[in-house]
Design a protein around this ligand. Structure first.
Ligand code: B4P
Length: 192
């Protein structure tokens, strides 16, 4: 079973690469950002709470996203594997994911981090904000808050996987295909 954590700051290209990876490897894509936006568009109570935090560039509480991932793992018991995109974003989420997978006799194969400079992130997100309608992409102040939230709370998650010798990082600046090829070659090395 292949269980990949795709890691990186907001706008690093996690969602973009996930779309290509699910096609190539037949994995289930679990994006907590997409799951939360789905709750928002359906107007659920959870979505209304999450929207306030997301629009302000803040993380949603751990229990909420862990619960969503747990439900998805349960609903996809026969999957060949998963791409975790935007999750785990805190060390508590990483610990919870290990426990959830362990209870299914599975584990994370590895984390791949996309390294992108803050200037490039801001540029990409503002560009996407022109067409996506995402309130968290439209405003430079919120984008900077998201990057700060990443540095404060999410960056330490890399250490969690480094300690398990499951961490790889690549340059996330380049064409989408160049970055994809690097990710594929790392995944291929895991099964050698
Ligand atoms: P997410 O939806 O996870 O989004 P993201 O970090 O903005 O984006 P990603 O890295 O996937 O970028 P993408 O490929 O789209 O999170 C949104 C919010 O949800 C968070 O701020 C938080 O509030 C909440 N949330 C989500 N998960 C959570 C969790 N686990 N715990 C708590 N809160 C959580 O790429 C961005 C842009 O760059 C696109 O326009 C793309 O076209 C472009 N791009 C991609 N690759 C490129 C390349 N190589 N060159 C040039 N441009 C490129």
């Amino acid at each position: 079973m292949l269980n990949l954590v795709l890691f990186g700051p907001p706008g690093a290209g996690k969602g973009t690469q996930s779309q290509k990876l699910i096609e190539k490897f037949g994995l289930i894509h679990l994006s907590t950002g997409d799951l939360l936006r789905n709750e928002i568009s359906q107007g659920t109570e959870l979505g209304l709470e999450a929207k306030k935090l997301m629009d302000d560039g803040k993380l949603v509480p751990d229990a909420v996203v862990i619960g969503m991932i747990s439900n998805k793992l349960e609903a996809n018991k026969d999957a060949k594997g998963f791409i975790f995109d935007g999750f785990p974003r805190t060390v508590a989420q990483a610990e919870a994911l290990d426990s959830l997978l362990e209870s299914k006799n599975s584990s994370i194969s590895g984390m791949i981090a996309l390294e992108v400079t803050d200037d490039e992130l801001e540029h990409r997100l503002l560009l996407r904000g022109e067409s996506s309608g995402r309130p968290d992409d439209a405003n430079p102040e919120v984008i900077r808050k998201r990057i700060k939230e990443y540095n404060d709370k999410t960056a330490p998650v890399a250490g969690f996987y480094k300690n398990q010798s499951k961490f790889e990082s690549i340059n996330g600046i380049g064409t989408i295909d160049e970055i994809f090829d690097q990710i594929v070659s790392i995944i291929s090395s895991w099964s050698e």
